[in-house]
Design a protein around this ligand. Sequence first.
Ligand SMILES: [Zn+2]
Length: 180
Amino acid sequence: MNICDRCGSAHAKILLTKGTGQESLCIDCSNEMVSTELGVDLEEQPESIVLKDPKGITRYFKVEQKLFHMGIRLQAEEAIEYGYQFAIHGELDCDQKQLFQELADKVKDGLARQYIEQGIFPNDQAYQTIVDDELVGRIEYNENDPDVPLIIIDGKPYTWEEVGKMMTSYEGFQFHLKIF
Ligand SMILES: [Zn+2]
């Protein structure tokens, strides 16, 4: 775990390179530094978003604000491993309350859309199908296999093999994979 060189917090996520030196900073210290440099203040925002997904499961998101020289980034990260993650960017002079609302809406819309449906065969074997012939997700480091990343869809981790199995019903079809 990286220690912040300014406040001693154990959550230094930012490595700042200046001239020949390097400094590890936590988000708060980085925000404070950029805020002083730019004369832009981050407004106080709710620290979490809590809402129910379409299945009625309560989802907890931790909100993180990050001030950059290029703008403001708000991120909502679900408080579980490999959960949902949503982020939104705004200009430095944007309405920050509005930006938060946009993030909350994005979380709500994201939870409303399900890409994979879980089913059970008559022989009790579980299967997964792609709902609308479309998958949207996130690529994440796989601790069990550093050579092949995990794919996070609907706030759940899937291996490429599992994704591959869902594609067997599409043999002969074309597909379009675009990463952004
Ligand atoms: Zn710090």
